[in-house]
Design a protein around this ligand. Structure first.
Ligand SMILES: Cc1c2[nH]c(c1CCC(=O)O)Cc1[nH]c(c(CCC(=O)O)c1C)Cc1[nH]c(c(CCC(=O)O)c1C)Cc1[nH]c(c(C)c1CCC(=O)O)C2
Length: 345
């Protein structure tokens, strides 16, 4: 077996160093759009795929080998570390996480346990160690952010307006603070354990925090996010923070001790730069464009590349996860296009 040279382009971009091509990976790059994924998933529940480290590693590697992307992201879910602390969660196909015992009161918050990653999720650490032996691209570990995790455990599942979550935040502020403190500690312990096991970057998914305005973000969320990021910083591993529809929060995000901000398609890279964001940016192709004619997809991808490469520190990604009806061939072609892109002088 020949050993491939390690491709550190993604890590260089996180650190705002120059790169010889634009690095790319895709959120939800392992998933149902892949026939191989569907075949494995047919034999296991979602969490079984997590519990068996060899399966978890195989599914993580699949898009790296199939698409040729510049980073792998650990195959797990943001809900994975919540199961062992007493959240009765299942991943239902086509729906997402569904929780049988939603949190409604301070008593419910007090009942949530503490995560001890090495005893509660040893299979995740094992999968990371296996992957580090096998991969020739960096491995991204990840966690859900406290607001986004809270939105699932309070609503009991996916939600449109997060009104139970926000009502909890406004009407039970002490219970909310306690919940943020507990989920913050869980996120810190979980990320540090993934880094100790070998994760080379970490992404914190705050997918649904865009439901808050900037004032509420500042008061209710910025303190716990700052605490998490400050705790992870001494590891030296790059941190990425991502949310959907968060353009109005970018000023707040820019103050966080984070290395990379992940944007969706509603905010252009140019707008973010004009707002004074100097951190590395990651994004931001609308995943729906994967279903559009190639010419349309290509011209939008080129526009994003032109904007992103005006300064070092850009990682190509989608603005949200790959949908199950995307085609493997489209993602392969897009990846080749991004890798062959060279900025006009
Ligand atoms: C909000 C959120 C969740 N999970 C995640 C987020 C944050 C990112 C985002 O906003 O999309 C994060 C996540 N979920 C999954 C990954 C794996 C790594 C990767 O990106 O390839 C990651 C990083 C696998 C998964 N997580 C899930 C799947 C599909 C599960 C299946 O096979 O049935 C996968 C591959 C399930 C899940 N889990 C969740 C949702 C909304 C869904 C999708 C519902 C659906 O489309 O069926 C919660």
């Amino acid at each position: 077996m020949t050993v491939k040279a390690f491709n550190d382009t993604f890590l260089r971009a996180c650190r705002q160093e120059t790169t010889d091509h634009v690095p790319v990976w895709y959120m939800r790059q392992a998933g149902r759009y892949q026939p191989e994924y569907r075949a494995i998933r047919a034999k296991h529940t979602f969490f079984e795929m997590n519990y068996i480290p060899e399966v978890c590693a195989e599914v993580t590697r699949l898009p790296v080998e199939q698409l040729g992307v510049d980073a792998a992201i650990l195959f797990a879910d943001i809900m994975t570390p919540l199961k062992p602390i007493g959240v009765d969660v299942n991943i239902e196909s086509g729906i997402g996480p569904v929780i049988a015992n939603p949190v409604q009161s301070m008593d419910d918050v007090n009942r949530l346990g503490e995560l001890d990653p090495d005893t509660h999720v040893p299979y995740i650490m094992e999968a990371i160690k296996i992957l580090r032996q096998q991969l020739s691209v960096p491995l991204i570990g990840f966690a859900g952010a406290p607001f986004t995790l809270a939105s699932y455990i309070i609503e009991g599942g996916p939600s449109k307006h997060y009104h139970k979550t926000k009502a909890f935040m406004y009407t039970q502020p002490q219970a909310w603070d306690k919940l943020m403190e507990k989920l913050g500690t869980l996120t810190i312990n979980y990320l540090k354990a993934q880094i100790a096991a070998g994760a080379q970057a970490v992404q914190i998914f705050d997918s649904w925090v865009g439901a808050l305005n900037d004032e509420d973000y500042r008061n209710y969320i910025a303190p716990v996010m700052t605490r998490i990021l400050q705790e992870v910083k001494p590891t030296g591993v790059p941190t990425i923070y991502f949310g959907v529809g968060c353009g109005h929060l970018l000023d707040e995000w820019n103050k966080l001790p984070v290395d990379v901000l992940g944007l969706d398609w509603r905010t252009t890279i140019t707008t973010a730069r004009e707002m004074g964001i100097t951190k590395t940016l990651q994004g931001n192709l609308d995943p729906t464009l994967l279903l559009a004619p190639w010419e349309k997809l290509e011209s939008k991808a080129k526009e994003i590349l032109d904007e992103g490469t005006k300064q070092p520190g850009f990682i190509f990604n989608l603005g949200h996860g790959v949908f199950p009806d995307a085609k493997v061939e489209t993602l392969q072609k897009l990846t080749r296009f991004i890798h062959s892109y060279r900025r006009d002088a």
